[in-house]
Ligand binder design. Structure first.
Ligand SMILES: Cc1cc2nc3c(=O)[nH]c(=O)nc-3n(C[C@H](O)[C@H](O)[C@H](O)COP(=O)(O)OP(=O)(O)OC[C@H]3O[C@@H](n4cnc5c(N)ncnc54)[C@H](O)[C@@H]3O)c2cc1C
Length: 427
């Protein structure tokens, strides 16, 4: 197998999802020759459909805002939560931090294609149905082995390698970088439905998160799109889900039927009809298990990990795409500096600052599953200022250290959780 010199990019990006598209566009805009090798043919299905406002800043930075706006996606301005008879909502425009307060809920097949097409129109060479199979990062230049669209084994070298392979986790697997997540294995079962929702209380501009009345660690998302279709999913530990029908659609329906408010909301919904077909395929019920993941290191001499190829916590606060795009924005600036001959401190300029925001989400995710965050959001007394600070994190501004719930995330959270505990008695 010879090394292709025809394809000798400055930067090779593995994967054309949100992190790959944003990073590649940012680098091509700085004048680099950027090649993206993507395993699938786009459009392809992906989970992760509710965006956070903070990610719009990276979409704009990468010159993709107009293309995304032209996609006519469902407007989103917040998140709503229900537990039994309690309803609470966060309006992201009332957040504490600076920055956009609204975003979209997106069919990822369409959204990811818009981003990748936009990167390509800016000069990125995006090649579909090219699968990375091996890498060698021991030499002066990272070398990548891949199968091209005809299944032919090929190899090429680049000056820098960005792994944006998401749940494919190419470099963590190939370079033995995998590190177990501290979160237990959870499973998600999800589908797209024709929702036929008529309830007045339901706000299509918000994601709805519903808590199971008996098992408070089981929760459901309802993410409306702009075309009468909703993404619907449930998250739980596999042992609990095993108690329900094996057929995935029946499993999801059975779980929904245990949450009266959600059951009533979706009383007229149609599951799994041909009308759901979009871009030539039907998103019927699917599952994904054990998606939480971590790595020993987010970078090496000539490579860095972006988005889900690095750490993925949990879907409950819809943070995945925002973290992916933020990592792409941060890493592309450092790649630029490194390729200009500067010495770059990837630990202090990439890993630590990126993980700072991930840690904010970690505090909230941990609090969700130990119920303390649920007590906070369903508490009957809500201070506007504190609510604005929490709304900021939920809107994706998990790196804004002006926000006390970011600067001292765990300590502030614990204090609030203590006050909102059901048996708390104020002095
Ligand atoms: C149940 C669930 C619900 C979620 N809900 C949300 C949500 O509402 N909002 C949100 O923001 N996030 C959500 N997420 C997270 C979200 O899916 C991811 O964080 C996001 O897609 C990460 O983007 P990425 O660019 O890192 O990777 P991806 O979007 O996964 O893109 C990676 C790309 O790399 C390609 N690839 C993989 N292997 C190879 C290979 N060997 N060679 C070449 N290409 C390869 C893949 O085909 C893919 O196109 C959810 C996750 C789960 C599990």
């Amino acid at each position: 197998m010879s090394i292709s010199t025809a394809l000798s990019p400055d930067v090779l990006v593995i994967g054309a999802g949100p992190s790959g598209a944003i990073a590649s566009a940012l680098l091509v805009r700085k004048g680099y020759k950027v090649l993206v090798l993507e395993k699938e043919q786009f459009p392809r299905f992906s989970i992760g459909e509710s965006l956070l406002p903070h990610c719009m800043q990276f979409v704009e930075e990468a010159g993709m805002l107009d293309a995304v706006k032209a996609g006519n996606f469902q407007f989103k301005n917040g998140a709503a939560f229900i537990y039994q008879d309690s309803y609470t909502e966060f309006d992201f425009t009332q957040k504490f931090s600076e920055g956009p307060g609204t975003t979209f809920q997106v069919q990822r097949a369409k959204f990811d294609k818009i981003l990748a097409d936009s990167a390509a129109s800016q000069g990125v060479d995006v090649r579909y149905r090219h699968t990375i199979t091996a890498v060698d990062v021991s030499g002066e230049r990272p070398r990548v082995y891949y199968n091209d669209v005809r299944g032919q084994a090929c190899t090429l070298e680049a000056k820098f390698l960005l792994d944006a392979s998401g749940f494919g986790r190419v470099l963590p697997r190939l370079l033995n970088l995998e590190y177990p997540s501290e979160f237990p294995v959870r499973q998600s079962v999800f589908t797209h439905i024709e929702d036929n929702i008529s309830a007045d209380w339901f706000d299509r501009n918000k994601i709805l998160v519903s808590v199971h009345p008996k098992h408070r660690d089981i929760w459901f998302w309802t993410i409306p799109f702009s075309n009468g279709i909703c993404s619907l999913g449930v998250v739980a530990e596999p042992a609990l889900l095993a108690n329900y029908p094996e057929d995935l659609r029946e499993k999801l329906k059975a779980l929904v039927s245990e949450v009266p408010r959600l059951r009533d909301l979706l009383a007229n919904a149609t599951f799994g009809t041909p009308k759901l077909a979009e871009g030539g395929y039907n998103v019927d019920t699917r599952q994904i298990t054990g998606y939480s993941a971590n790595v020993k290191s987010l970078y090496g001499k000539h490579f860095a990990l972006l988005g889900n190829a690095g750490e993925f916590l949990d879907p409950v606060f819809s943070s995945g795409v925002t973290i992916a795009m933020r990592s792409a924005s941060m890493a592309s600036k450092l790649v630029d500096r490194q390729l200009r001959g500067e010495s770059v401190d990837w630990e202090n300029d990439y890993a630590k600052p990126l993980v700072k925001g991930v840690d904010t989400f970690r505090t909230f995710v941990t609090g969700w599953y130990n119920e303390s965050f649920q007590h906070i959001i369903f508490h009957d007394k809500q201070l506007d200022r504190v609510k604005g600070m929490i709304a900021s994190v939920l809107a994706g501004y998990a790196w804004d250290v002006q926000n006390p719930y970011v600067a001292e995330s765990q300590r502030r959270f614990n204090v609030l959780a203590e006050i909102c505990k059901p048996d708390f008695v104020s002095a």
